[in-house]
Design a binder for this molecule. Structure first.
Ligand code: 5GP
Ligand code: ZN
Length: 111
């Protein structure tokens, strides 16, 4: 938990949010400003600032995040059509919330 971290507050339910998934390690909720029909944020409960701050002990958290992504993509119906998984890293990489999270983005219309 980090003071004044928006995602810690969401994780701890200090700010009400609808979780599409939750377990001991992760929460998943919809991005408030979606970039596509499906835009989820997959958030480890542990406060880690960014990819730059990962340590070896975070390896399981990050690998598990991709298993959650795979399941959420299937649940959201985009597994077959395809989707993007994105980490923004620090300000120059577009990161605005400094609590690590994986964007799952998809659901564009088929052409
Ligand atoms: P970043 O730019 O840090 O990778 O992504 C942060 C994301 O969080 C943005 O896509 C932004 O729309 C989303 N976001 C910011 N504040 C909130 C919020 O209060 N609730 C939700 N659900 N998403 C938020
Ligand atoms: Zn945090």
């Amino acid at each position: 938990m980090s003071d004044d971290c928006l995602f810690c507050k969401i994780v701890n339910r200090e700010i009400p949010s609808e979780f599409l998934y939750e377990d001991d390690t992760y929460v998943v909720f919809k991005d408030i400003n979606p970039a596509a029909p499906v835009h989820l944020l997959l958030v480890p409960k542990k406060h880690i600032r960014s990819i730059n701050d990962l340590t070896l002990e975070d390896g399981d958290v990050i690998s598990g995040l991709f298993m959650v992504a795979k399941e959420m993509a299937r649940e959201q119906g985009v597994a077959e059509s395809g989707y993007k998984l994105l980490f923004n890293v620090e300000k120059g990489g577009g990161q605005e919330i400094f609590h690590i999270h994986l964007h799952l983005i998809g659901g564009w219309e088929k052409k």
